[in-house]
Design a protein around this ligand. Structure first.
Ligand code: ADP
Ligand code: MG
Length: 395
């Protein structure tokens, strides 16, 4: 990508506004339950501090819908960041724009950090309001976008702001663009994509785009049922999108025309109800009983998928192979995850539930790159141009 990164500009003694994605999960008491997103920005922050920049952090948290809502305050995030930076002071402004933020930003010294309160306390952020973007821009000399997860949206802090101050990518963003970009533009082959999850309708664009790029496409999870139904199989009470049967047929035909090896489940684990303690049995994909539903791929499918992954050099994975939230139906996802790890391929996983599944199975560490952006990584894999990335300065 021909966009400027933090390495391409002079940041010493500059005021640098860094758009981060600190939208971390919290429990009911407001404790951060997973600080991965904060940790992921440390390389960018340490670089800026080492160069004596004054760092102004902006982020959103949750969905306060344009109003001040104390439960979505970024204060606990500032505390956690301070711990991660060995007790370094993080100044905090109670609003991301206005006199307090302006004053604190103006006196912020080299090597100091100021965090501003939740951007989404202002409806103008998601509306990409030019006046709001200008106020944010007015706090700094330049901006660094390290928030890949929101860069598929034209919001003020990733898009509008770039009209007023130069914008470059941070190191976390660079990592996303490097791994996802290489997979879709210049993959080492064989290139295998694994697409699963609940619905075909969520992933049509991804499947269509990847059909032009991959050697093998593996389809599992709930969406596989629609492909099974399109082949005329009975699918019982399985999740099937009746209005997507024609599309499934078209995608299967397209795979054939393009010479893509398309793999669908040959056997499935069916359940008598959608529950963790459901009765279950393994059946051939064309023999799903009328009152049962497919909630996971079966062992024959898992072995076939694993074999296809065996000599893969690049793997892109989005969407679990079954209802992994129930342990009994996480077996197929686990088998595929282990096969991805064993292949030694460069592996890239995107999607909130896919990442959650890998974490639950304690296999996340085996993946080369776990994308921090669910929706953004999907849009990237669809071949779309992401507004927050297009808006970065050209090299
Ligand atoms: P991601 O967030 O990784 O993009 P999705 O949101 O598309 O993934 O899909 C994840 C969801 O799909 C999970 O909640 C999982 O339970 C569900 N799912 C997977 N397989 C099935 C199935 N056979 N039937 C119903 N739901 C399924
Ligand atoms: Mg999901």
């Amino acid at each position: 990508m021909n966009k400027k990164s933090l390495n391409d500009i002079w940041v010493s003694n500059k005021k640098v506004l860094v758009r981060v994605d600190y939208n971390v999960p919290m429990d009911k008491e407001g404790n951060i339950t997973d600080d991965t997103r904060i940790r992921a920005t440390i390389p960018t922050l340490e670089f800026l501090l080492a160069k004596n920049a004054a760092v102004i952090l902006v982020s959103h948290l949750g969905r306060p819908k344009g109003k001040v809502a104390p439960e979505f305050s970024l204060k606990p995030v500032a505390q956690r960041l301070s711990q991660l930076l060995y007790g370094r002071e993080i100044q905090f402004a109670s609003d991301c724009v206005g006199p307090e933020a302006r004053k604190m930003a103006a006196v912020l010294g080299a090597g100091q950090i100021l965090m501003l309160e939740n951007l989404r306390f202002h409806a103008e952020e998601e509306k990409n309001d030019p006046e709001f973007a200008k106020q944010l821009a007015g706090l700094a000399d330049l901006m660094v976008n390290d928030a890949f997860g929101v860069s598929h949206r034209a919001h003020a802090s990733v898009h509008g702001i770039t009209k007023y101050i130069p914008a470059v990518s941070g190191f976390l963003m660079d990592k996303e663009l490097l791994f996802l970009g290489q997979a879709v533009t210049d993959p080492t082959r064989p290139f295998v994509a694994i697409i699963g999850g609940a619905k075909v309708s969520d992933k049509i664009g991804v499947i269509e785009n990847l059909l032009n790029k991959v050697d093998t496409l593996i389809i599992g999870g709930g969406m596989a049922n629609t492909f099974l139904a399109a082949q005329g199989y009975q699918t019982g009470k399985s999740l099937v999108e009746a209005d997507k049967l024609e599309l499934a047929k078209e995608l299967m035909a397209a795979a054939k025309t393009k010479g893509v090896n398309l793999l669908l489940p040959e056997d499935v684990v069916v359940a008598d109800k959608f529950a963790a303690d459901a009765d279950r049995k393994t059946v051939a994909a064309e023999e799903i009983p009328a009152e049962w539903m497919a909630l996971d791929i079966g062992p024959v499918s898992a072995a076939k998928f694993a074999q296809a992954l065996n000599d893969a050099k690049t793997v892109v994975w989005n969407g679990p192979m079954g209802v992994f939230e129930f342990d009994a139906f996480a077996v197929g996802t686990e088998a595929v995850a282990k096969a991805v790890a064993a292949s030694g391929a460069k592996s890239i996983v995107g999607g909130g539930d896919s990442v959650a599944a890998l974490e639950k199975l304690k296999l996340a560490g085996q993946i080369t790159h776990i994308s921090t952006g669910g929706g953004a990584s999907l849009e990237f894999l669809e071949g779309k141009e992401l507004p927050g990335i297009m808006a970065l300065a050209d090299k």
